[in-house]
Design a protein around this ligand. Structure first.
Ligand SMILES: [Zn+2]
Length: 435
């Protein structure tokens, strides 16, 4: 089913969650002092009311979402069940109990409105002046519908909780579309798919949590190293607020993303040992001075910070990629694809024309056929092309970038817009053979 007229970002999306910090958020790095964290599950979640689809496996979803983070980093959760139902009121201190609740009490309902575009959940984090978290309460929005079986029009409970537990651990939102910590995620049904993408962590979520808590001691990967670098406008002058990201040099998988500070410096922590390619682009500005470009290659070793300093090349690009899509829809969500299949993707933004740009991937596992690119009319405010992408059968699960290159070699990138996942996206054109 292709609905070419269905062009809607806002209708397809609702915020996954909001996060409130009490007391006021400073620039402090938030984390728990100890990696051993007590979590109290409200009985309201184990005997949920009408806003949880009947026969949902709420207990399983809670356990799995906690285990997902515990497996990624040096964290141990101690779960218990409590009769408590209410979020702690905002203030300097909570009640010391980190609660996960869905109870429809007046205190919890105050956090939300009945607007269906409202967040799926809110996490309220309490911390001290040093940034050490003492309590974090997760409240699932009692006005929203949840399920664990992918029912369209409901939020996936496990995806929602996995995102909120990231906040509970001190993580902020990520601008990368395929990150579990991205601030929007759809209800089940966007792109005609069940939305299980946030049940698992993207590599950049794993790097972010390992930067705070280290890796799990039983983990075989050589973790963790870092890249510390600086992007310059000219000698001695930093390039401020430029998006930078790090990909595995061989697979093209995304492992780190951020933006440069006022002096042009940036840092990626929590990286497994390996070879990385680092890129930069100025985003959100048409005719930006720095179109996407490679900063350099670095080898990262466990325990070290590998340095990288580069003067950016000023090159203005007219092309700006903003949205990716699939199944006749464009959105600000990542596109979940399966290895070994071929799909028709949509790419929307400014000055995107099949005769003026070529589509490229940094990963050797992703390819497209030039013959398949065509312009698509989605209205006056946006230019869109569609094309066929082939995902090699051996593509590792992970997040990948896609870029458009104009004839003069200038590039715009959607960082981590493609998510290769194990849950099924059946809307493929065909299945690729293994040989
Ligand atoms: Zn959030």
């Amino acid at each position: 089913m292709i609905l070419l007229t269905l062009w809607s970002v806002s209708a397809a999306l609702v915020p996954g969650s909001t996060i409130s910090y009490a007391p006021e958020r400073t620039s402090t790095i938030l984390k728990w002092k100890s990696g051993s964290i007590k979590i109290a599950i409200s009985g309201s979640l184990l005997k949920p009311g009408a806003n949880m689809k009947a026969d949902s496996d709420a207990a399983g979803a809670i356990n799995r979402s906690l285990a997902t983070w515990a497996k990624a980093a040096g964290i141990v959760f101690q779960e218990s069940v409590t009769e408590k139902q209410n979020v702690s009121p905002s203030g300097n201190m909570g009640d010391g109990v980190s609660l996960i609740t869905i109870a429809q009490t007046p205190e919890n309902l105050l956090l939300f409105s009945k607007n269906p575009q409202e967040a799926a959940a809110t996490t309220r984090v309490f911390f001290d002046r040093k940034g050490f978290i003492s309590e974090a309460d997760i409240v699932l929005n009692p006005y929203q519908q949840f399920s664990t079986d992918g029912t369209f029009g409901t939020f996936d409970l496990e995806s929602t909780l996995t995102h909120e537990i990231g906040h509970l651990l001190g993580l902020d939102h990520s601008p990368v579309l395929s990150a579990t910590m991205h601030d929007n995620y759809g209800k089940n049904g966007v792109f005609g798919l069940q939305n299980f993408g946030s049940r698992t962590l993207a590599e950049i979520d794993i790097s972010a949590i390992r930067a705070k808590y280290g890796s799990d001691s039983g983990d075989a990967t050589e973790c963790c190293g870092a890249i510390s670098g600086k992007a310059l406008v000219s000698k001695g002058i930093g390039a401020k607020g430029v998006q930078v990201w790090a990909e595995d040099s061989d697979s093209g998988k995304l492992f780190g993303e951020g933006s440069t500070r006022a002096d042009g410096s940036f840092r990626f922590d929590g990286l497994p040992a390996g070879d990385y390619t680092v890129y930069a682009q100025q985003v959100g500005k048409l005719k930006s001075a720095f179109s996407a470009q490679e900063i350099g290659n670095v080898e990262v070793e466990s325990g070290d910070a590998s340095p990288l300093i580069k003067r950016l090349v000023a090159n203005v690009s007219d092309v700006e990629l903003q949205y990716l899509g699939f199944n006749g829809q464009l959105s600000e969500l990542a596109v979940p694809l399966n290895a070994g299949r071929s799909y028709t993707l949509y790419l929307g933004g400014k000055n995107i024309d099949k005769d003026q740009i070529s589509i490229r991937f940094s990963s050797p596992f992703l390819t497209h056929s030039k013959k398949t690119i065509s312009n698509v009319n989605f209205g006056d405010d946006i230019t869109v092309v569609s094309f066929e992408v082939r995902v090699d059968p051996l593509t590792p699960i992970g997040e990948y970038s896609l870029f458009a290159e104009s004839k003069d070699g200038r590039r715009s990138v959607i960082v981590g817009g493609i998510a290769v996942r194990s849950f099924s996206n059946p809307f493929s054109i065909f299945t690729l053979s293994d040989n």
